[in-house]
Write a protein of this length. Structure first.
Length: 346
């Protein structure tokens, strides 16, 4: 063993700066540093700026765990979702994170497969990670059918599904949006409207299908057989090939814009003019809808409003407030573009 190794002194780890260090550096009291760390407003702005500058210079980080023990809050919410692949989920998550940040909350996201064990496991993990509440974003009908039950403890808000008897729900008014789409095509003079629905186990798809059927029946129109897709462009294309081969199809309502895009391709390949021979309406009004050919008439969903409302509802429950509204519905808007027109003259 070398001489240097024998005489080497153990290296001391550098002590993290404390609140007292910041107070001395900024020439203020530790109480003032505490107020700045906790975001309180009863601090002079010049003093606040000096304290923040000292924090940054010293590399001081407020102890979030200690603050949580004192206040009973972690200022963190969890989000559980089945998929990040759909436009709706991604836009809703964007709304959730934006609103949470504005309220000084962080977000822990867990994406899981749609199974009972996965949901229960994700909920348990979030409980262990010290969040104040949970937003659940999934389409399947699991909570209302008793397939999944969550243990008591954390406040929960559900998006795009049914919350069962305990949990408030935030959703787009799926039924009204699909009714508007169907009504629009009937008002143009089409005898009936065909429908490419989403997956049969999807909460949103079930409501859109029910609204389409109810609207046709209310007007005394024939209800054509439903074709189920998978929310994907390719599934819309496969359904579109079937519909394009039928001369009696003059209007189609697709349950989302991706399936509408596949339908448009199938109609073009079959030589069916849109909207001269067949009118098409989608749902979601994604940014690309106006770039389709022709530009797509679609039902606009305000995903940001849904995400923001979910966070507001959850924060109310975290603050101990009672659930004022069992279900909160965000209204839709029909955006009419060039993919819809009166039916061809026979």
């Amino acid at each position: 063993m070398g001489h240097d190794a024998v005489n080497a002194k153990p290296r001391r780890s550098r002590r993290a700066p404390s609140m007292l260090d910041v107070a001395k550096h900024a020439n203020v009291s530790t109480q003032t540093v505490s107020r700045v760390s906790n975001g309180l407003t009863n601090v002079d702005e010049n003093t606040r700026a000096r304290v923040i500058e000292s924090m940054q210079e010293l590399g001081y980080r407020p102890n979030g765990a200690a603050r949580a023990l004192k206040s009973g809050r972690f200022h963190s919410i969890g989000v559980i979702t089945f998929t990040l692949a759909t436009v709706g989920n991604m836009r809703t998550l964007e709304g959730i994170t934006t609103r949470a940040a504005a309220a000084d909350y962080t977000v822990t996201l867990i994406s899981i497969p749609p199974t009972v064990d996965a949901v229960s496991g994700a909920y348990s993990r979030l409980t262990a990670q010290a969040v104040d509440g949970v937003v659940i974003v999934f389409e399947a009908r699991l909570l209302d059918e008793g397939v999944i039950t969550l243990p008591p403890g954390l406040p929960v808000v559900v998006v795009d599904s049914n919350g069962g008897p305990e949990h408030p729900v935030i959703d787009t008014d799926q039924f009204d949006g699909a009714s508007r789409a169907t009504e629009h095509l009937l008002d143009l003079g089409h005898e009936t409207v065909w429908h490419i629905a989403g997956p049969a186990d999807s909460f949103s798809a079930v409501h859109r299908l029910a609204a389409w059927q109810e609207t046709l029946e209310r007007h005394g129109r024939r209800v054509p057989p439903v074709i189920h897709g998978a929310w994907t462009t390719m599934s819309g294309y496969e359904a579109g090939r079937e519909l394009a081969a039928r001369d009696d199809v003059t209007a189609v309502f697709a349950a989302n814009d991706q399936m509408a895009l596949g339908l448009l391709r199938a109609l073009h390949e079959a030589g069916r003019d849109v909207p001269g021979e067949v009118s098409v309406v989608g749902f979601d009004d994604i940014d690309e809808a106006q770039g389709f050919w022709p530009p797509l008439t679609s039902v606009h969903q305000d995903f940001a409003a849904v995400g923001s409302a979910a966070v507001d509802s959850l924060l109310e429950r975290i603050d101990g407030g009672a659930v004022r509204d069992r279900v909160t519905l965000v209204q839709t808007e029909l955006v009419v573009r060039s993919s819809t027109a009166p039916p061809p003259v026979r």
